[in-house]
Design a protein around this ligand. Sequence first.
Ligand SMILES: [Zn+2]
Length: 286
Amino acid sequence: MTPPCPRCRLPAPTRFTVRGHDIHRCDRCDLEFVWPTPSPEALASVYTSGYFQGGGAGYDDYFTREREQVARKSRARLSALKELGVTRGRLFDLGCAAGYFLGHARDAGFTVAGAEPSPEALSAMDPSLRASVVPSLEALPDEARFEVITAWDVLEHLPDPDATLRSLRARLTPDGVLAVVIPVIGSSTTRLAPALWDQYKPPEHLWFWSARAMRSLLSDHGLRVLREDVAWSRPSRFVDPDGTSRAPLVRLARSIDALAHRAITAVAGPQLVTDSVAFYARAERP
Ligand SMILES: [Zn+2]
């Protein structure tokens, strides 16, 4: 059976199958999604103990190896907010994991809060942050509003990102800013060899948008995109995906890959080699 696209209601046929899950695609709006939707039990089992340090689904070692990466990304994201004139106020981070970004945002002058369901992540969190973190968006007090809401690498994991965006939008102050990072489709890998793209990883990732599709979705929720940054871009998945091998031939192939990456970017623009994008969008007054 062909399900309808959740956004345009047009039939969205299967594009390919990965890890036993069908990825469906709507050619009209560039939305791709896993269907049938995995059961709540299957989704919950992805995030059991080990997600952040297991090396299976999720992260090899989020709490040590990823920490420096998060610091680098946090600096870039806070400086993007600063360039948009957003330097103070209440900031809410959905899916805040161990709170590393929240710590950087607090240091930068924001009053921070977050939501994180994983007990594993919460137990690794700085105790001074833990009191401002709730287990879910729904657990926030009714009156809680924020000048900034962030969701880094979160929307693609959620069973109903449209409903989550509606809730987030309702929590923004007038002129508030929502910032999200998602993996984007549209690169040469997602077009030509989708099974090789490591972001097609159901049931952990359930939704895949092109940059155009994400702009439309944000616009549907009264959010106007102010800025887009390439969050992550790698030449290919063909050689040494971790970038850690020291074997001479692999290093040579990696250098060729890197040159090709630069050449493609120079000639065709970044979209053919972009893996994920940060979107910063402002709430429009109704
Ligand atoms: Zn559609």
